[in-house]
Design a binder for this molecule. Sequence first.
Ligand code: IPM
Ligand code: MG
Length: 359
Amino acid sequence: MSGYKIALIKGDGIGPEIIDEAVKVLDAVASCEGFELKYQEVLMGGCAYDITGDPLPQETIDVSLNADAVLFGAIGGQKWDTLPREKRPESGLLRFRKELGVFANLRPAVVYDELVNASSLKPEIVKGVDLMVVRELIGGIYFGEPKGREGNERAYNTMVYTREEIVRIAHKAFQIAMERDKRVCSVDKANVLDVSQLWRDTVEEIAKEYPEVTLSHMYVDNAAMQLIRDPKQFDVILTGNIFGDILSDEASMLSGSIGLLPSASVGNKIGVYEPIHGSAPDIAGQGIANPIATIASASMMLRFALGETKAADRIDAAIKQALAEGYRTKDLAQFDAKEICSTSEMGSIIANYAAKCKH
Ligand code: IPM
Ligand code: MG
């Protein structure tokens, strides 16, 4: 029986609740498909700071690099917002991404037919949306030097991209497009920023290696507008770190709840699978968080990191079935709900369906 090592990072806020449900579902499909998952829990974020004084203890990096994949919940919360920046949970996460070299953040935004009424946009605008944001994750203004703050008078960050960084993320986007509808829209601000002009020139150059893929370019302000006006025009959106952060939150709303969307952060080594939402401290511990984004992230982990396609298919089908049967967590309670369920009830329902699905 094949066995896999999974580094488990629950994190802060709702992180522990949603990871527990993903583990429930993973264990259900693993036993159906005859493989074993061994979890090793490590700390990151505010909880890590509280215990060790560091939001990213070295052990977390070591265990993760030694695993087959990392499943991650969420980090952060008001409690830690006044710490010096390098002690904050978010700094731990950024350092973690950098240490693991996960330069590509893949954020699919898919609208489930069962939830076309849940979006704040009209059903006919969102029905059938199936796009993928490919966000560069370990460069750009998040990491650029110089950066700093001079008292209360001046502060600065720098948006930097090297050709090499753009080349590798562009390849990733084109490769993904080849498996999809073969369209890449690269989003930048080349009308203003030099770094974006380099981005655009480099993407153009890499596009020549993928003649079957249609490349277009869009300024980020226009892209933000187009995503709401006509989201179905997009297949793969290729963009930098901060634009991707913003546009992927925007894209998530097409689906009706940010609690639905998974992501994969991949590079050359080990990948990190995590929901795109945050730690939602305001609802933590109440059993009302939607675990679907994390369960769907676990499915991406099975598919992309472990090659356990059948198990991943089981999970994806089970999520659809739970939604089709009208099970809803509180975030989606107003939308065609037949039964409102708690975080852990939703996890159990999906685990049961996943174990029954025939593949
Ligand atoms: C995300 C988050 C993070 C980011 C924060 C928590 C540092 O918003 O994963 O989208 O900005 O990348
Ligand atoms: Mg974000």
